[in-house]
Design a protein. Sequence first.
Length: 191
Amino acid sequence: MSNSSDVAVDKPISQSGKRVLAQALWIAGFAAATALSARLEIPHDPVPFTLQTMVVLLAGAFLGARNGAVSQLLYLGAGILGAPEFAGGAFGAARLVGPTGGYLIAFPLAAAAIGYLLRERLSLVWTLTAMVSGLVIIFAVGMAHLYVFYLHDGNRTFTSGFLLFTWWDLLKVSAAAMTYHEVGKKWPRLP
């Protein structure tokens, strides 16, 4: 005398709880990794060199659109609430209206876009394309913010908000794409 309700009762409830816990841990882990990568900085005015974008790219790839974006929102939220997570150990909402604010605000958007584009594991070329798309989002929002609120000069914004970082970001996007492509063979999504 077994029916569908008996099957549901026999099914372990802890499986979904384990899945939620695993997702929460990976989200928190990528938020923490973003914070750590901000501390590895080469100071430069108005925008420093950091490893943050590499972690954002990997968060979107490994966690997917929703969880990747949530990891970056958690990173931003903790920094706004006072955790010294931003470059140079900075914290607070003022950082989001500072010169780097547009770049930071774009992190969840970029992670979501990458996760969306990599819904299915595809080739290295597609992975690279998806990650470059994420970088384009970060640079577009970051440069727009930098231009409107700080520099008011298109050439200077382009030079100091994008051109200066191209070599650095080409290294990071290549490393992130290769990492995801290789690790993703076994674990395309975490968890």
